[in-house]
Design a binder for this molecule. Sequence first.
Ligand code: TPW
Ligand code: MG
Length: 545
Amino acid sequence: MTTLAAALLEGLKEHGAREIFGIPGDFVLPFYKAIEESRILPHYTLSHEPGVGFAADAAARYHQGLGVAVVTYGAGAFNLVNAVAGAYAERSPVVVIAGAPGARERAGGFLLHHQARSIDTQLAVFREITCDQAVLDDPGRAPEAIARVLRNAREQSLPVYIEAPRDLVGARTAAVPTLACRPADPGALAECAEEILARLAQARAPVMIVDVEIRRYRIEAKTAKLARALELPVVTTFTGRGLMEEAADVLAGTYLGAAGHPEITRLVEDADAMLLLGVIVSDTNFALSQRQLDAQRTMLAVGREVRVGHHVYRNVPIEYLEDELVRRTPRRNKPAGRKRLVLPYPRGLAADDRPIAPSDVAAAINDLFDRHGKMPMAADMGDCLFVAMEIDNTALAAPGYYAGMGFGVPAGIGVAVATQRRPLVLVGDGAFQMTGWELGNCRRHGLDPIVVLLNNRSWEMLRAFQPESAFNDLDDWHFAEIAPALGGTGERVTTRREFAAALERAVQNRGRFALIEVMLPRGRTSDTLARFVAGFKAVRAPAPA
Ligand SMILES: Cc1ncc(Cc2csc(CCOP(=O)(O)OP(=O)(O)O)c2C)c(N)n1
Ligand SMILES: [Mg+2]
């Protein structure tokens, strides 16, 4: 027998959690005390719960395991909602552990502080953005409930919610068992694999499109092996950017429809068979397609289901499907027959006194990675995410589908903790105003991310869509000057020479975060965002009368 807190912490670790991000409060103080004193998992406190959620989400993506966010009841948990909604949308398994009132308080007759509508309103809200929930109000049944919820988080790669009443944290209970994820339905698996291979064999120009689930289920290498065996060119979706960083031999690039590289667009839109693996079929991924995802050429494996044309195969997890496809594919011992696409990324930035354009940021970072090796990346929402599309394919955590701002800097903290490597973060000034201040926690946690802040004193992405609105103008906050007060270094750069030199200095200086504030003109976006906006407007333009 053990305590409920220790059983929960050991269970989290058993199921793949590697650290905890959180902000305590009185309803979760006893549990937070157990976190600190048990040392079962390292924990990192941040300054605002949105940052806690983004950091846990990014850590889960890079661990390919569970992220953990611990917050207090009500005010803390409700602050976390947007980050968890984004994790749900992008299939990131974040475990939310929220404190709650004890039994006596519930029956005490008072309206409790932090309570919104009813005491269970918090549970009701999180039911909407998690795939399973458990309220640990019965120590005897808690281990099974925790095991079920954590298995579902891993199996479905979605957030889950655990409510921990503060009066039961020390209650005696049993250890949390580990429940195995459910296997594939063997009949559906065999039939599905057979139909997919038959369709691919008849195709003249097939293509493989990959997205978030191949990382969530740890099958990037397996997917590359499958692509080689099937001699398929591979592209990622917008949300899948950064996947298969190690498989440059099969990965052609990122499909962005009308906003993308014409050769990638043709590869997908001329394909007569498309194998979509782990793909979120969202507007950000396919709204700019010039040819729809018609059923007769589309095979989609996502969320433990596979749709082949109009056939639906249930209970076929993607990792089982890939194993079966590889098993049924004859070993190929000749080099791939198809010419591999090698896209040119901007490099060799002229270190001159010309002002910096957004796409220069990508060139400078490509040059930096060529000199010093790639760094794990995080990006926020804004033009910075489109600049990331111009950086040679590098592991990336970004809100490509949910598209919520504020993700970048806290996600960079999550990446630094999860990988124990120095990350590079891309963020705009508007998003930095939301959560960039979490950098102030780096010194005490021994983290030193490099943050490239694109400061155009503007909500430039909105201006690109609606240039007539003056409300997109932001003030100049001189972020670089604030960096030393937060424990880091800050440099404001206005020319390409200054930027290249600042990046090099940042790489050389370890031990403190480096904030490089890149001054950009309003009205100027990256080439990729410019094409995205043009494509979006064209697709949305009213049909000619
Ligand atoms: C939480 C949230 N609130 C508002 C919005 C809506 C939005 C999408 S893009 C954008 C402007 C981003 O400005 P920033 O300076 O960061 O980047 P840049 O465009 O390169 O100048 C806004 C306000 C979103 N997506 N999420
Ligand atoms: Mg901006």
